[in-house]
Write a protein that binds this ligand. Structure first.
Ligand SMILES: Nc1nc2c(c(=O)[nH]1)N[C@H]1C(S)=C(S)[C@@H](COP(=O)(O)O)O[C@H]1N2
Ligand SMILES: [Mo]
Length: 318
């Protein structure tokens, strides 16, 4: 019988939710009994138990906004993370974010809006059909990944509250809970982690709230239960584990701007011609690749987003 061992099944083999479910089906039908004696059965067991640990989404639609760049593996995406609330090492969040409880979870949408609302995460999940958005992600540190997010356009969520005319920006606030987040005892950043977008950036169809990746609920280290994803900006704009969305009149002062204003601007558009004061932004290392790639303006999303910035000096508004 031809059967792949679990260790041979790379998450990058999984091209869609359907295929993933079929494979689980296949594993079930194959029956562990019949392969119990085959070398590698233990691996298969652990694969099928992993497959049960996170909730799989069904009916996730493919999006024409996805890239066809090769996806990073589930393992790469979930073990090499920045999430300072869980430590500053890339390997910390995968080890320590298990302490984050993501149910119950309420998101407050407030500020300059006609109808402020508090929405439970399970109601948010039902607001719109889930889409797979495979995006190139570029960290300001000089590495990049391709991540198959599951979510929907942020605009879907923002329209729930009817923003007022004087709302010009949107703030995103991460949970700040010292009980569940060991890293917030350190003063490396001013907590809570706060990020912001101009209203037109927030409403842009590429901007999403991600609720999952690789067809299943977000792992905690990637920002469960809901995190922002803005693919033409540096990764830090994508605040994780969001509890508050606030419409405001003035440009927000993000956590990174407060920490180092000369290094991190409000816009933080990926821009190979504007170096970070301490390093070049001209190229990047795609995790898993050996040779560096050239970094693209707006992370390669210029056709879709450049018009948001016409008339602006992107060297000043970095
Ligand atoms: N709350 C919070 N959100 C955060 C961060 C963080 O430290 N805290 N790190 C940011 C940075 S620098 C990056 S590159 C991305 C990484 O997201 P990923 O781990 O899902 O790839 O999350 C961003 N969102
Ligand atoms: Mo980053």
């Amino acid at each position: 019988m031809l059967i792949k061992r679990a260790s041979d099944i790379q998450p990058s083999d999984i091209t869609s939710q359907d295929l993933f479910l079929h494979r689980r089906d296949f594993i079930k039908k194959a029956g562990l009994g019949s392969i119990g004696a085959v070398a590698g059965a233990a691996g298969l067991l652990s694969f099928s138990s992993n497959a049960q640990s996170a909730t799989k989404f069904s009916g996730v639609r493919k999006s024409p906004l996805s890239t066809d760049d090769k996806q990073n593996s589930f393992k790469e995406i979930t073990t090499y993370n920045n999430y300072y609330e869980f430590g500053t090492d890339k390997t910390d969040p995968a080890k320590t974010a298990g302490s984050l409880k993501t149910r119950p979870w309420t998101v407050s949408i407030e500020g300059l809006v006609k109808k402020p609302r508090q929405l439970g995460i399970d109601d948010i999940l039902k607001l719109a059909p889930l889409e797979e958005r495979i995006y190139r992600m570029r960290c300001v540190e000089g590495w990049s990944m391709v991540i198959p997010w599951v979510g929907f356009s942020l605009s879907t969520l923002l329209k729930q509250v009817e923003p007022l005319g004087n709302a010009k920006y949107v703030e995103f606030v991460t949970l700040n809970d010292p009980q569940m987040m060991p890293g917030v005892k350190s003063s490396v950043l001013n907590w809570p982690y706060l990020e912001g977008l101009r209203l037109d950036e927030a409403m842009h169809p590429l901007t999403i709230m991600a609720l999952g990746l690789y067809g299943e609920e977000l792992p905690n280290q990637n920002g469960a239960p809901m995190r922002l994803v803005v693919p033409w900006k540096y990764g830090f704009k994508g605040g994780k584990s969001i509890v508050k969305i606030r419409f405001v009149a003035e440009q927000p002062n993000s956590a990174w701007m407060r920490a180092a204003p000369s290094e991190y601007g409000f816009y933080s558009n990926v821009n190979p011609t504007v170096d970070h004061p301490r390093w070049s932004q001209a190229s990047e290392r795609r995790i898993g690749e050996f040779l560096k790639r050239k970094t693209l303006m707006f992370n390669g999303y210029g056709n879709q987003v450049a018009q948001l910035y016409t008339g602006m000096d992107l060297k000043k508004s970095f």
